[in-house]
Each structure stands twice: as structure tokens, then as C-alpha cells.
Write a protein that binds this ligand. Sequence first.
Ligand SMILES: [Zn+2]
Ligand SMILES: [Zn+2]
Ligand SMILES: [Zn+2]
Length: 329
Amino acid sequence: MKRMATPGVLRLLEELADGTVEEFSPVITEDGGVSYPDVERHLDACDGDSYSVLESLAHREILYREFQEKAYVCPECGADGMTYTTICAECGSQNTIEQELLEHVECGGLAPEKQFQAADGEYVCPECELAVRPEQTEMLRQHVCQTCGASAAGSVGALQCRECASVYEPREAIEWVLYSYGFEQHGRQWLTTQLSARQALAEMLADRGFAVDTDTVVGNDGRERPVHLYGEEELLGDRVVGAVHERPDHDAVERLHEIAAAVDARSVLVSTSGTITERAEEFAQTHSVGVVSYQQDGTLQREYTTATRTERPSSVFERLTSSVRRQLN
Ligand SMILES: [Zn+2]
Ligand SMILES: [Zn+2]
Ligand SMILES: [Zn+2]
């Protein structure tokens, strides 16, 4: 599961924050998958599918997840909204009729009462051809298949596609549990922090004479690489690619470095928690990726803590953020 807040992820959360989208709601696509159009249109190719992105944000408690419905998708044509039907367990035909049958208890012979009645008013079992008295028989309600003649006490539940009429046993149909997603209270604050940190980096570079673009793409080789921030300084030809993450991990630093190297730029990573993982720090140091932390007062500082080494400073920080959260709630 991807943990990174990519430019695409920030874009879709911004739309949720400003009320353009009330909730991210699912639709079943033509090929029978599930998609979130309000998420899909913001994502870049490298972000993965909308469902995984939302699940990851729900896992991090940035978004809540609310059950909507269960959808059954036809494996044949991909349409959803299959309807309930019953079928013959033997041949799968839907043409089964519930009717009363007489059973000759001794031999198990089963037939409509009419077939038991002999010409002289006596009862003869059509199966074993012995004369039977009424008390040797039992009346049963059975589902009789009009296609193959099989009968059974119960019918078998099945799902039929409204589009192509294919019939499937329920376990063969594709079951989707559909959720909608919206902001957790903490999520709104989290987004504000990410955007403020990006803005702080943009302003710091602008102060140093850079022309800065946030939420943009870089690359002059025909490949567009989405980045949180790109700055260019004309006079010396200095270029900077910036990224903002709550707690940068190795993947985040590596990706930033790759993009910066591809456009011959320096790279700066902002940690909004003031923490980065040990592996991320190692990579940053060996590849000259600058790391700064975003402070509660809105400034950027060179100090940060490394997750696995310093337990105490990060837990103090967690206490600070959770008390801030309580005040905001
Ligand atoms: Zn179908
Ligand atoms: Zn019989
Ligand atoms: Zn049948």
C-alpha cells in the first residue's frame, strides 16, 4: 500500500476540502471494476488506481470509509445490478415450477398424483409398478425442472444479469463491497499542514529569487513527472525540485531524487512531522537530498528526528500534535 501523498493525492483532497466534492462515491465501470471518478481525474499514472489510493488514505485515518452497498457484477458482460432468481440444481435451468408430488415411501418413486391413479381407482406406483395404498404414500411440495425433469425439495438461489441474461451461482458473480469516503476531522488538518508546508517552501525559494510552480510537472524528455514543487533561478540556472511528506520514507526520498536527477535539479524534502525514517535519512545523505522539517509556527528548519533512533523526541512531538488536534476539534 502506497503511503505517499503525491501531488495527485493532494489535488483530490483539496477538492474535498473546498466542497467541490462532498464525498468520493463509487461507480461500476464498463469492464466490471469499481472506480471513483472524482478521484480518478486527479491521479497521475504513477499513483495507482483510485480504490487503492482511497483505501490507503482511510488506513491512515485521513478519510473515513462508509459502507454504501454490495454490488454483484456479471462475469460475462461486467454489468452490475444482478437480480435474484432460482435455478434447477441439476441443469441450471430457471424453468422450475413448485408442485405437489406423491412419493411411494417404500421405493422412493416420485410422481404427480395423476400418474399413480390406475383405471380402476386403485393406486399403482409408476416407479415400481406395485399397487400402493394411500397411507403408503406421502404428498411432497417439490421444485420440478421443466427442462430436465429433476425435482428437489428446495430451489437453488442464483443471480441473473439484467443486461445479458446470463445466470450464475452467487459465488461465481463478482461481489464488490462499495464504500464512500470523506474527511476525518484529523484529515482536514493534515491536508492544511501539507499545503502550508509546500507554501512555506515556495515562499522561501521565491525570497531567494526562484520562480516557483507548485503542483506541476517537470521533464524535457517527453516524460512528465508530477512534483509538489519546482523552482528555477534564471541568473545562475539553479533548479530545485521539492516534495512534502508527513514522514518521508525511503520510497519518497528515492522518487524525489530520481525526478530531480532527470531534470538536473537539486532536491529538497519537507517533513511535516519533523521525522524521517532511518533508511530515508541514509539515502538522503548519500544522494545529497536536502531535508528540512516544517514547524508548527510555519517555518522550515534544518532539524529533524530520525524515526528509529530517537524514540523520545518523536513521541513528544506526537503529544504536541494530538493536543493541537484536540484544540481544533
Ligand atoms: Zn451480463
Ligand atoms: Zn414404488
Ligand atoms: Zn433441470
